[in-house]
Design a protein around this ligand. Structure first.
Ligand code: NAD
Length: 498
């Protein structure tokens, strides 16, 4: 059985008393065992990070950026291998696995310009003979705790910016698909990153708690489900750390009566069912505005859903593959049953789907619900599977209210040809990331990613300048070089610029 280990002090190993199963979601079989580490493993990583970080922080930013350039080239050379590895543990199709890695690589491209963004501010002559300037300095050691659904992109969101700004970074990836993060750490080393600057500790709650309590870790970045995000936020902050904790989502797609419905259906199919719905920026709720729009949309959605091809993740014709494990499959199917019990109309039922030759794989067919209402639990909670829910809205105002009042506020999209309606919607909706005729509005790497309400705890987004702010602290220097002549001031009065 293949063992997936920590990556500490520049090499894989260390083992653990406990281990977890890593499945092949296509077959339902266990394909590897992942180490579930302890405080002692974390301590080894911390010691290496403490030894390496001062030297890395003192390395000039252009040299740090060159490691990013080298790493980008290495990931591109190894893209096929990385995508297959990712897909074999997660279950997303190969093209989508490449997208997962590529979106992470785009953050690395941003980091290639780190010397430019780390330039501080400077005011000459802020007072008589006085200049004021600021600099951004690394925090020291940071940690990242990541979810299963983007094992390439999310570790790179965090590690890229943390490292480029001069920190050492310790990653605790999801125990469900832990191989790609280890491979990325190996490639970073090959790219010239010193040992101890990027390390991977494997584990579950025990390792997460060790990270949250460790006094040597200054900042924790978390992405996962909302209850855990809230827990991580509270415990990390109580230990005096800087914490950003992104949580779950329930993104709505508003369809205005003037929208191009064929385009909407094409966009929705990918956004609701791509990656088996296991995306925090998926669109699992569609809100047609007005009865006519609802009827027309439903009519077009049914054949589009029937045409979806569910297959093994290496099938290049498959639109999506299996979900990540049996427990998650069961959870999604339970939500479908809850929807039925609550009185929603199950128009297409994806349960009971079996792929010939892969009967034990974690496959779920696409499902469509109509007449879902805001009172239903299956609407309030995140399903995170290939399930699309239609919630009918009477008018534009009603449509703005639905995502605005939902507990999650990650992403939202509006489909319309009316610029005024789109502009109003973007300005008023109580959600962090908005798409206008863009179904999955994940911002590009040099902007920043982050939701509102229970989709994010803390006040700083991922990557872009917000990421740089999260991983650095500002030092402001006020300097004076007296020329020797007496200044006649009163040293006992607070200096003012009056
Ligand atoms: P999860 O919350 O189960 O796990 C996330 C991380 O927390 C993992 O590393 C896991 O080991 C750890 N963890 C799990 N249980 C824990 C516990 N009891 N105590 C401490 N740590 C624990 O999330 P997941 O199932 O891996 O990922 C899917 C979730 O992540 C969805 O809710 C999805 O919306 C969310 N997500 C959010 C974003 C975002 O940016 N907002 C992006 C991707 C995924």
């Amino acid at each position: 059985m293949r063992q997936i280990d920590h990556f500490i002090v520049g090499h894989s190993g260390g083992g653990a008393a406990r281990s977890g199963d890593v499945f092949d979601p296509n077959t339902g079989q266990i394909q590897a065992q992942v180490a579930l580490g302890t405080q002692a493993d974390l301590d080894r990583a911390i010691a290496a990070a403490q030894a390496a970080q001062p030297g890395w922080a003192a390395t000039n930013p252009q040299r740090r950026a060159r490691v990013m350039f080298n790493f980008k080239a290495l990931v591109e050379q190894n893209m096929e291998e990385l995508a297959h590895l990712l897909s074999s543990e997660h279950g997303k199709v190969i093209a989508d696995a490449k997208g997962d890695i590529q979106r992470g690589l785009e953050v690395i491209e941003f980091c290639c310009g780190i010397p430019h963004v780390l330039k501080g501010e400077y005011t000459q002559g802020a007072g008589p003979g006085i200049d004021v300037y600021s600099m951004r300095q690394p925090l020291g050691i940071g940690a990242g705790i990541t979810p299963f659904n983007f094992p390439g992109m999310i570790p790179l969101w965090m590690s890229g910016v943390a490292i480029a700004t001069g920190n050492a970074f310790i990653l605790k990836p999801s125990e469900r698909d832990p191989s790609v993060p280890v491979r990325l750490a190996e490639l970073f080393l090959e790219a010239g990153l010193p040992e101890g600057i990027l390390q991977v500790v494997q584990g579950d709650k025990e390792m997460v708690d060790a990270i949250l309590d460790h006094p040597a870790i200054s900042a924790v970045s978390f992405v996962g489900s909302s209850d855990i995000a809230h827990y991580v936020y509270k415990r990390g902050v109580a230990a005096g750390k800087r914490v950003q904790a992104m949580g779950g989502a329930k993104n709505h797609g508003i369809v205005m009566p003037d929208a191009d419905l064929d385009q909407v259906v094409a966009d929705l199919s990918g956004a609701a069912f791509g990656s088996a719905g296991e995306r925090c920026m998926a669109l699992p709720v569609v809100v047609p505005v007005g009865e006519k729009t609802a009827i027309a949309l439903r009519e077009k959605l049914i054949p589009a859903i029937a045409a979806l091809r569910v297959g093994v993740s290496t099938d290049s014709d498959a639109h999506y593959g299996p979900v990540v494990n049996a427990a998650h499959k069961q959870r999604v199917e339970n939500w479908i049953q809850t929807g039925v019990d609550e009185g929603a109309e199950l128009v297409v039922d994806g349960r009971g789907f079996e792929l010939q030759g892969h009967e034990k794989g974690f496959f779920i067919g696409p499902s469509l619900f109509d007449h879902v209402t805001p009172q239903m639990e299956s609407y309030k909670e995140e399903i995170f599977g290939p399930v699309l829910q239609i919630v009918r809205a009477d008018d534009f105002e009603h449509a703005v209210r639905l995502p605005s009042e939902h507990q999650y506020g990650n992403g939202v999209a509006i489909f319309t040809r009316n610029g005024h309606a789109a502009r109003e919607f973007a300005s008023r909706v109580n959600v962090g990331m908005v798409g206008i005729n863009v179904p999955i509005p994940v911002p590009v790497a040099y902007h920043t990613f982050g939701g509102w309400k229970r989709s994010a705890f803390g006040d700083t987004n991922q990557h872009g300048m917000e990421g740089v702010k999260f991983w650095t602290k500002v030092k402001t220097i006020t300097q004076r070089w007296p020329d020797g002549s007496p200044d006649g001031g009163n040293a006992f009065v607070i200096p003012t610029m009056g």
